[in-house]
Ligand binder design. Structure first.
Ligand SMILES: Nc1nc2c(ncn2[C@@H]2O[C@H](COP(=O)(O)OP(=O)(O)OP(=O)(O)O)[C@@H](O)[C@H]2O)c(=O)[nH]1
Ligand SMILES: [Mg+2]
Ligand SMILES: [Zn+2]
Length: 401
């Protein structure tokens, strides 16, 4: 891959460019550089569907190009489209509003590019409305939200079967997050070759993964790889979610059939990963859909996940319909069907504990947001009264002048 890609007017070269060249199907976006807009196989390889076609048709009536964000490095998006992979610059109006979740470009976004005369880089003029977005607490502002990846149809919730096996409470949490994103979760249990309790572990996962497929996989033996692939046909965008070291990048390499992503050893002592993947990255599967690799998550902070909780706990939601009080908190109210189910052994107590813990976390978050809103209002009120005082103090003087 010695040859640099030609962007518009400027050669887009360097190591990242050649690295990217190896990540897309050989016949794909990098070899096609046609100016005419025909719905090309390239965009389709990036997950372009009728939905995007319809949206871009209206948006680009007066000239713009569809592209997809495959990676963002220090705020600078790398996009893929008909002209190949290139850096693009968000338009000033997007940068100005970058605090608003829907104005910050993220991996998986579909964007409209324009190429103004004399500009080295294409400009991202607009971000297509998203369907399915991962939102997390803003690390800088614990009460703010941040969109992490966009336009995801399927979320692979990945846990490893090695060592002590799966972590059920974490799995419940990851499922809440996955459901809340608007995507369809699929549980993937990796490293089957390292476990001698695969069936037991699968059952354990199935007990908390209601209505969700559970796939057992091994990158070493190849077991389950096709079952995972079946969830990412052409036009589908999937994302990998899970702790560091569970084998997300290894799985994606297997799906592509080549080492396109770096993978790293796990620590011998506790089986934990070393956070090998550091950036989110969108990879096109040859002849299939696309998969977004993500860095292993340390903590899974919930963010306005009430719908996600409802979807991840359909067993408890169904029981709750039979509680005497509509606003039953399933603690100590009379006529609580949920507690009754625990007493009768129909619902594991551990399950109710998880449900309570997750709901309590959400309640605490919304309290924090209320407090913050209150503090901000107070600050604004004080500023107004200060301004008012100043006004009345200076008013007589003005008159006297
Ligand atoms: N035996 C075995 N090892 C695996 C399997 N899948 C992954 N591994 C190993 O697990 C380690 C971690 O794999 P990665 O793919 O880097 O894990 P990751 O989830 O991408 O981790 P981060 O990028 O840190 O989030 C590597 O040493 C892999 O070789 C598997 O199916 N069987
Ligand atoms: Mg990785
Ligand atoms: Zn109840």
């Amino acid at each position: 891959m010695g040859e640099p890609f030609r962007g518009h007017g400027r050669a887009v070269s360097g190591t990242w460019a050649s690295r990217f060249a190896s990540r897309f199907p050989a016949h794909g976006i990098l070899s096609r550089m046609t100016d005419a807009y025909t719905p090309p196989a390239d965009l389709v390889a990036l997950g372009y569907t009728d939905r995007e076609r319809a949206l871009f048709d209206t948006l680009c009536e007066h000239g713009c190009e569809p592209a997809r964000v495959v990676r963002v490095d220090r705020g600078l998006p790398l996009v893929a489209g008909e002209r190949g992979v290139e850096r693009a610059e968000p338009a000033a109006h997007l940068l100005k509003a970058a605090n608003e979740a829907d104005s910050r470009v993220v991996v998986g976004d579909w964007v409209a590019l324009v190429r103004p005369e004399g500009h080295a880089m294409p400009i991202i003029e607009a971000i297509l409305p998203r369907h399915g977005a991962f939102v997390r607490k803003d690390p800088g502002d614990q009460t703010g939200e941040q969109v992490v990846i966009a336009n995801v149809d399927v979320v692979f919730v990945v846990q490893s079967l090695s060592g002590s096996g799966i972590n059920v409470s974490r799995l419940e949490r990851e499922l809440v997050l996955a459901w809340e994103s608007g995507a369809r979760p699929v549980v993937v249990l990796t490293k089957a070759d390292l476990s001698d309790a695969v069936d037991e572990q699968r059952e354990l996962a199935e007990q908390v993964a209601f209505g969700v497929d559970v796939v057992v996989e091994s990158a070493v033996t190849g077991e389950g790889i096709d079952a995972v692939r079946a969830h990412v046909p052409s036009g589908v965008t999937a994302a990998l979610l899970g702790a560091s070291g569970v084998g997300k990048s290894t799985l994606l390499n297997r799906l592509v059939g080549r080492e396109v992503l770096a993978t790293g050893d796990v620590r011998a002592g506790d089986d934990k990963g070393r956070h090998t993947t550091v950036a989110r990255e969108l990879i096109a599967l040859p002849g299939g859909g696309v998969v977004i690799d993500t860095p292993g998550m340390r903590a899974i902070g919930l963010w306005e996940a009430s719908e996600g909780i409802a979807a991840a706990f359909p067993d408890i939601e169904a029981l709750a319909e039979r509680c005497r009080f509509r606003d039953c908190s399933h603690e100590s109210e009379p006529g609580c069907a949920v507690v009754a189910a625990v007493v009768e052994g129909e619902l594991p107590k551990r399950r109710l504990d998880s449900y309570r813990r997750l709901n309590a976390e959400l309640a605490a978050l919304s309290r924090k947001q209320d407090e913050k809103a209150w503090r901000e209002r107070e600050k604004a009120n004080k500023a107004i009264s200060r301004a008012a005082r100043r006004f009345y103090q200076t008013e007589p003087k003005r008159k006297g002048r």
